[in-house]
Design a protein around this ligand. Structure first.
Ligand code: LLP
Length: 431
């Protein structure tokens, strides 16, 4: 393990499922369940794949940490060479805590508060990506108050037709709330350059969606960004004189079931073409691609029961731990950690008091009994970060495996954590 391309971070050896070289049973015995388990080798290997796809083009890979903000995960990716993309002051705080330097950080987000803009400027991040003219005005005002000139990008909505697995993760179509419509972008930049002295434009960005099953629209969106920059260089050269980066967003797919592995050649071609046409460095913002396959959710079977013609496997992880099946009807492959005979379609459900609380429906699964461990795969992206305390369930532990070593990178929450910051009687004196 370690460097190079890793085929399977979680493999079965002699009937036991391992995370790299560590039996998952050992992790479950030591830290309990539910627990997220991440493979450092997989993180490095996915980073190396993207890095290789951009070889020959000056580039930066800004990991979209919204996918998985665990400090231990951030640390591994930074050591591999990643920069980072934050969408809130909370993420900025985490990125700094994990060791990212301000110059390695870009900050985006569709609704930044003034204090978040101020925090980004105070840290001295490499770029703040604005999503409207009004936001540019605010960034400029905050920068002037600080006595700095803010390095900014605008997020362009290229208005392409996006193919993604769910409506909720499309972001680059006409009518989506994100970014500045392509047709308005040149005017926004020109006007901002003329009237807002607290800004300098350093990049143009787009992000059209997540889990993009085909990269044709991605190429089309990049072409539009290139055309915009070339047009601005002709019409308002001073406004874009310092634009040295085209940020092509994230969204690169991975396979959750048995889809063929993603072909990164369109990314390579898009990056090369965009660089050749503009001389700009290319930035990308991958989240899922780097972390999804590196993680699984380890959960224990509590009960097995039947009702209404269905068979239920009740696990100790639910929608509060992994929301994607309930929210998007997303498929996560599930397997028994210890090999078991037999196979029947079952619903794998959690303990939360909602019928939408399932991890899988009508899924063929071996005859696992109470006490058995299940591995819910491809849970490294948008897993823990979307978890909640619903039903007053403490959030899961997180574990990092690296070769034969493993350790806890986030302790399981305790009941005391559930009431932190609360008081039984309000402090009436405030009002
Ligand atoms: N950049 C921007 C501006 C984004 O909004 C996102 C994701 C990314 C980069 C990273 O996209 P990725 O490479 O991870 O596809 N919760 C959903 C995914 C939401 C994605 C939101 N934005 C899910 O569980 O599938």
């Amino acid at each position: 393990m370690g460097e190079g391309v890793l085929t399977a971070p979680f493999a079965r050896v002699g009937g036991h499922l391992l995370a790299e070289q560590v039996p998952l049973t050992a992790i479950a015995s030591a830290v309990g369940t539910p627990t997220y388990v991440y493979s450092a080798a997989s993180l490095r290997s996915q980073f190396a794949r993207l890095d290789a796809a951009l070889a020959g083009v000056p580039h930066r890979i800004h990991y979209a940490m919204k996918a998985n903000g665990a400090l231990g995960v951030l640390r591994v990716l930074r050591a591999a060479g990643a920069h980072v993309d934050c969408v809130s002051s909370g993420e900025l705080f985490r990125a700094r805590a994990a060791g990212f330097e301000p110059a390695e950080i870009i900050v985006g987000g569709v609704g930044k508060r003034e204090d978040e803009i101020d925090a980004a400027l105070a840290a001295g991040v490499a770029c703040i990506t604005a999503e409207s003219y009004e936001e540019l005005e605010l960034i400029s005002a905050v920068a002037l108050r600080r006595g700095v000139v803010a390095p900014v990008a605008i997020r362009v909505n290229p208005e392409v037709t996006v193919h993604a697995f769910h409506e909720y993760v499309k972001t680059g179509q006409a009518g989506d709330k994100f970014g500045i419509p392509l047709g308005d972008a040149a005017a926004v930049i020109t006007r901002a350059h003329a009237t807002l002295p607290g800004l300098r434009f350093v990049a143009l960005q787009h992000h059209i969606g997540s889990l993009l099953t085909e990269l044709g629209p991605y190429r089309a969106a990049a072409d539009k960004l290139v055309a915009l920059l070339l047009a601005l260089r002709a019409s308002a050269p001073a406004a874009v004189a310092q634009v040295a980066t085209l940020d092509l967003g994230g969204g690169f797919a991975i396979s959750y079931q048995d889809e063929p592995p993603v072909d990164l050649r369109p990314l390579t071609e898009t990056a090369r073409a965009a660089h050749a046409a503009t001389g700009c460095a290319i930035a990308i913002e991958p989240g899922r691609f780097l972390v999804a396959e590196a993680g699984l959710l380890l959960t224990r079977v509590l009960y097995r029961k039947q009702g209404g013609g269905r068979e239920f496997v009740v696990a100790d992880a639910g929608m509060n731990d992994l929301l994607r099946p309930a929210l998007y009807q997303a498929h996560h492959r599930i397997e028994a950690v210890e090999a078991v005979q037999g196979e029947r379609p079952v619903d794998v459900v959690g303990p939360v008091c909602e019928s939408g609380d399932f991890l899988a429906r009508e899924r063929p699964l071996p005859d696992v009994r109470p006490g058995a461990l299940l591995a819910v795969h491809t849970a490294g992206a948008y897993g823990f970060v979307m978890s909640s305390n619903y039903n007053a369930r403490p959030r899961a532990a997180e574990v990092l495996v690296d070769g034969a070593r493993w350790g806890v990178i986030r302790a399981r929450e305790r009941h005391e954590d559930l009431v932190r910051g609360e008081r039984v009687d309000p402090d009436w004196s405030v009002a």
